[in-house]
Design a protein around this ligand. Structure first.
Ligand SMILES: [Zn+2]
Length: 441
């Protein structure tokens, strides 16, 4: 049997041979950003790459998702290596689509590069011959939880149930036989490092509609009911709750108005808001969600408007597996040195990797390779060697550790994982977050 060190060295050399191509693919995606559940071109590009490299590929999963599988033919753990297909909407970003405002201001294009780097290296026959089990490369749609009204329309038409792509993958059964999951996100911590560990907030998403009564804004506002004023009071009432948020719960509530009125000379009668309610734990999410609903109702009560509040399941808090992190840490350190692998703190941001982390051992390290503000107009991946090539190598070497020797380490990690919930408990939990009610005095 070939030892791990030589499997890793063959794997690494074959990734090196494809380094330029992998950066090109990432930059191609950067220049053609598509937001969640609209990633038609990105998905096709990933599917074609996987097909051309001999993978068995499934497409159209959760609308735009792709899975390419590499089966060693020997029994062993099944590992999912993931990359997110979607961009954000950040008009003004240097690589934004001028029509849609879509932009890769979260570095997901580099994730796809790092996922394909793992695929490129493992497909080498002398590597795969030394492994057991299966590896699935999952291009997942819609990690960014945005365009809530669009996603509600996809829900109504039955295209999706959940707003997050990985959630749909879970619901559709594509994680049923997966044992371990990983993905590398780009990050902006100390440049040139990998970040490991950490955790993320969870959240629910809300769409709010205030319904008032239109009237002449100058001549007869007394005949109208001002939905914008109702919304204004609702937002102020949320701010009045902030002193009740406990630091330990890392609560974040950050509404936006997506429609503020129709014409300036007409009393606004239809005003829409989207918000998240984020916290580090589910009880705090639920408790804050109730306060936010109460605040929105207060705006309707005060003005005599009506308010409809739809709450959708968001993402669960993420907690990354320590034993898996340790294997990854060792491999990451072998590439860039011990001192350059740093521990991450809790992040008040959210991800649907959180959902995956509730059902199986999961890691989401960061490749700190960017400049600018995440989700801002100046967020750019600067170091493709780290974000794509080395990130792919660190994950691929971890896969080799897990699947060498008949998959012994992978079995151990998966066997000792104490899952917070089963897949069906997960689906029930998520469905339980959903509510839709209308309030008027
Ligand atoms: Zn992201």
């Amino acid at each position: 049997m070939v030892d791990r060190a030589s499997l890793k060295s063959t794997f690494s050399s074959s990734v090196n041979l494809r380094a330029d191509e992998l950066e090109r693919v990432s930059r191609d995606i950067l220049d053609h950003p598509e937001s969640g559940y609209r990633e038609i071109r990105t998905s096709k590009l990933v599917a074609e790459w996987l097909q051309n490299n001999g993978f068995e590929v499934k497409t159209g999963i959760a609308k735009t998702g792709v899975i390419g599988t590499l089966d060693t033919g020997r029994p062993g753990p099944h590992i999912a290596v993931m990359g997110e297909l979607d961009s954000l909407l950040v008009p003004g970003h240097a690589h934004a689509d001028s029509d849609t405002g879509a932009a890769h201001a979260c570095g997901h294009h580099a994730q796809i590069g790092s996922m394909l780097a793992v695929a490129a290296g493992l497909t080498e026959s002398s590597v795969i011959d030394g492994l057991a089990g299966k590896i699935s490369f999952m291009g997942t749609p819609a990690e960014e939880y945005i365009e809530l009204e669009y996603r509600e329309s996809l829900q109504s038409s039955g295209d999706i149930e959940f707003f997050g792509g990985k959630q749909e993958f879970i619901k559709l059964g594509f994680f049923n036989d997966v044992d371990i999951a990983m993905l590398t996100h780009t990050g902006g911590e100390t440049a040139g490092t990998f970040g490991i560990g950490g955790s993320n907030n969870g959240m629910v998403g809300k769409t709010i509609q205030y319904i008032g009564k239109a009237a002449h804004a100058g001549g007869s506002p007394h005949l109208g009911v001002n939905a914008l004023n109702a919304a204004h009071l609702g937002l102020a009432a949320i701010h009045a709750q902030r002193e009740t948020f406990r630091d330990a719960d890392t609560v974040r509530v950050h509404p936006i108005i997506t429609k503020g009125g129709a014409a300036v000379n007409s009393v606004p009668s239809d005003v829409r808001i989207e918000t998240y309610v984020r916290a580090s734990n589910v009880p705090a999410i639920l408790n804050t969600s109730e306060k936010v609903d109460r605040a929105f109702r207060a705006g309707a009560l005060a003005t005599g408007a009506m308010v409809r509040i739809i709450t959708n399941p968001g993402y669960l808090p993420a907690k990354y597996d320590e034993s898996l992190t340790e294997i990854y840490r060792h491999n990451a350190a072998s590439l860039i040195g011990d001192d350059n692998v740093i521990r991450l703190n809790h992040s008040s941001g959210c991800t649907d990797m959180g959902d995956v982390s509730q059902i199986m051992p999961t890691i989401q390290p960061t490749a700190n390779a960017t400049s600018g503000n995440g989700h801002g107009i100046d967020y750019l991946v600067e170091n493709y060697d780290l974000a794509v090539v080395k990130a792919g190598k660190a994950m691929g070497m971890t896969v080799i550790d897990l699947l060498a020797d008949g998959g012994e380490k992978g079995r151990k990690i998966s066997g000792s994982f104490n899952a917070p919930m089963t897949i069906s408990e997960y689906l029930n939990r998520m469905r339980g977050f959903r509510s839709d009610f209308t309030y008027s005095e």
